[in-house]
Ligand binder design. Structure first.
Ligand code: KG4
Ligand code: ZN
Length: 344
């Protein structure tokens, strides 16, 4: 990939489309790193009352706004559809009904404008959210993707081959945040709320377990932590008194952050790399960012974390990954399908 980047001279404009979950996103990116527009239409308000994403509602909402979001992204970029070189879209993994909307729109544009279609993996696109801002990163790093649906570690070798080295065996980190926020009646999505409350709390208030911290592999588990919080608060109701909520949240968050940072740093040392790229919605967490940067300094490892607006689902990361696929000439045809599950 490094060699391909060197060779390219002409400006390339990629239209990215992302609809794998509940955000309808479109973006125009020039040369894989200049974000000309990045439009995100969030459905949080709609799903809030259910405490989580309702797939049927998500796909219907995508249908309502997809054209508006794509047109808005083109308009803000100042790039006419006729100047777009390729359309890149997430086709896996995700909610089938949601994915179909983005992929349908991308196919229509590819066919009508006779431009290449590139279908990409959402998790890989999250990793590329770091490459978007640091296009000179060389292969040979550990990638951590932590979101509402995934908590996985990857080793990316010097030829940019990506190998999963660990994943959650039950809940994803973001899912644990969301479920605990719902249990405590704090709102949705839970991650930002618990993050905010934790700033006023004592992280040593309760010593929650740190699941799989010493499991000897690079897998994660967050379901037991959630059960532990529920069990402890049912046994002792004063823990959930209003004044104690920030400390309860901070203690819960400390376990998640400790496990994610420790195991990721261990992975870097085992694979002998000096760079770690963190991405996904949970990478927006202020404590996680702070701890990664601190442990990175301690261990002489460089930590890359995207700006907040690129941690959450977005189409700029999809366009960025699509750019490298475009340079390699790896296109998809109009028969390309969508998949709820997929290896990276
Ligand atoms: O990457 P993303 O936008 O969508 C998925 O692909 O899942 O991630 C959404 C997840 C949600 O679970 C949300 O609660 C979590 O990211 N999240 C956070 C924070 N902001 C978003 N978790 C912890 N701290 C945050 N500040
Ligand atoms: Zn995501």
């Amino acid at each position: 990939m490094d060699a391909i980047r060197e060779k390219n001279k002409k400006d390339i404009y990629i239209l990215g489309i992302e609809t794998s979950c509940d955000d309808t996103c479109a973006s125009v990116v020039k040369n894989g790193s200049v974000i000309l527009s990045n439009v995100v239409s969030s459905q949080n308000e709609i799903h809030r009352k259910y405490g989580g994403v309702v797939p049927e509602i998500a796909s219907r909402k995508h249908i309502e706004v997809i054209d508006i979001v794509i047109n808005e992204a083109l308009e803000r970029s100042g790039i006419n559809l006729d100047k777009i070189d390729a359309v890149s879209v997430t086709n896996r993994p995700g909610l089938i009904g949601s994915l179909l909307v983005g992929v349908g729109a991308a196919k229509a544009i590819s066919y009508s404008k006779n431009i290449p279609l590139v279908a990409v993996n959402h998790l890989k696109a999250h990793i590329y959210s770091n490459i978007l801002k640091n296009p000179d990163i060389k292969g040979g790093f550990i990638g951590l993707v932590v979101s509402g649906g995934h908590s996985s570690l990857y080793f990316v070798d010097s030829d940019w081959n990506i190998k999963e080295i660990g994943h959650t065996v039950d809940d994803a980190a973001g899912e644990a945040y969301d479920k605990i926020a719902r249990y405590l009646g704090l709102g949705y999505p839970g991650g930002p709320i618990i993050d905010r409350l934790s700033k006023r709390g004592d992280p040593y208030y309760i010593d929650f377990p740190k699941p799989m911290m010493n499991s000897g592999d690079f897998n994660f588990s967050f379901s037991g932590l959630k059960t532990s919080l529920i069990y402890r608060t049912k046994k002792d109701e004063k823990l959930t008194a209003r004044k104690n909520i920030p400390s309860l949240a901070a203690s819960f968050q400390k376990s998640i952050v400790d496990v994610l940072t420790e195991k990721t740093i261990k992975a870097a040392s085992k694979f002998g790399v000096k760079n770690i790229l963190i991405s996904g919605g949970v990478a927006a967490n202020s404590k996680l960012r702070e701890e990664f940067l601190r442990k990175g300094r301690e261990n002489n490892i460089k930590i890359f974390i995207p700006p907040l607006y690129l941690c959450m689902d977005n189409a700029a990361m999809v366009a960025c990954l699509g750019y490298y696929r475009y340079l390699e000439g790896r296109f998809d045809d109009l028969k390309v399908d969508v998949y709820s599950r997929s290896d990276i």
